[in-house]
Design a protein around this ligand. Structure first.
Ligand SMILES: NC(=O)c1ccc[n+]([C@@H]2O[C@H](COP(=O)([O-])OP(=O)(O)OC[C@H]3O[C@@H](n4cnc5c(N)ncnc54)[C@H](O)[C@@H]3O)[C@@H](O)[C@H]2O)c1
Length: 250
């Protein structure tokens, strides 16, 4: 892909399935990395595999719900690399529940991580991205486009990520900052494997989005699209959310 070699990227959710695969793919493209997530040990493991590709890798734990911690991560990135070229907002959480039994705690958790984290990192990164004419890649979902029973708040947050993407793209296009999103479906990660469905659900309502034509796919299929969106090959793409779901909701 064109224009990636020698750039730098900040990746959130970097010790998760999609975040880790994205870090690895960006490292292979010759991109210096700051990797952030909640757990230092897991970050160290991802960082070690990325460093084997010969790129500079820094790690920093932070909770994306805390705007002070987010600002500190972006400042640390710029202190390390002197600039910021690419922000990949990948951290996310999902909870399942009958809507009439949904806890307020889980409601706030998903809003704060999925919307708040994406917004806080974008807000902190934009002044630096304006200097580099850089880009943001957010993580939406099939549920940004299609309702999801028993995970209605998650679905709503991913709809919000789609609109954050479009609106920020519109606001910054003329100043050279591109904002896109990838919308995964059926990716083999902790999030998709550790689902605890509530009792008494109608499975056909959730299987709609999970009956994939080509089965569960590894997170590398998302990482490749993130790398493409970050590259100069995508120089005329902004405000776009690319579904990568094996036609699950086609
Ligand atoms: N796996 C799928 O099929 C799928 C489908 C659609 C969308 N997504 C989205 O992809 C993204 C990555 O998910 P994944 O499948 O790799 O799951 P994952 O659970 O492996 O990764 C999510 C990462 O986010 C981090 N995180 C959660 N809360 C955080 C917080 N408060 N502060 C900092 N980091 C936090 C976790 O520690 C974890 O490493 C998420 O935004 C998710 O919603 C995944």
């Amino acid at each position: 892909m064109q224009g990636l070699q020698g750039k730098n990227a900040l990746v959130t959710g970097a010790s998760g399935g999609i975040g880790g695969a994205t870090a690895m793919r960006l490292a292979k493209e010759g991109i210096g990395l700051l990797l952030t997530d909640l757990d230092q040990q897991a970050l160290d493991e991802v960082a070690a595999t990325c460093r084997a590709e010969g790129v500079d890798v820094e790690t920093m734990t932070a909770d994306v719900r805390d705007d002070g911690q987010v600002d500190a991560v972006v400042a640390a990135h710029v202190a390390k690399f002197g600039s910021l070229d690419i922000l990949a907002n990948i951290a996310g959480v999902q909870r399942w529940s009958h809507t009439h039994e949904h806890s307020t705690e889980d409601f706030r958790l998903m809003l704060d991580v999925n919307i708040g984290g994406t917004f806080f990192f974008s807000r902190a990164a934009l002044p630096h991205l304006l200097e580099t004419r850089g880009c943001i890649i957010n993580t939406a979902s099939t549920t940004s486009f299609d309702g999801l029973a028993y995970s209605v708040v998650y679905s709503a947050t991913k709809g919000a990520v789609l609109m954050l993407t479009k609106s920020m793209a519109l606001e910054y296009a003329e100043r050279g900052v591109r904002v896109n999103a990838v919308a995964p479906g059926g990716i083999d990660t902790g999030m998709s494997n550790d689902i605890t469905f509530p009792e008494g659900i109608d499975y056909k309502l959730v299987m709609r989005q999970m009956s994939l034509l080509n089965g569960m796919q590894p997170p590398s299929v998302i990482a490749g699209v993130v790398a493409f969106l970050a590259s100069d090959d995508a120089s005329h793409i902004t405000g776009e959310t690319i579904l990568v779901d094996g036609a699950a909701i086609a």
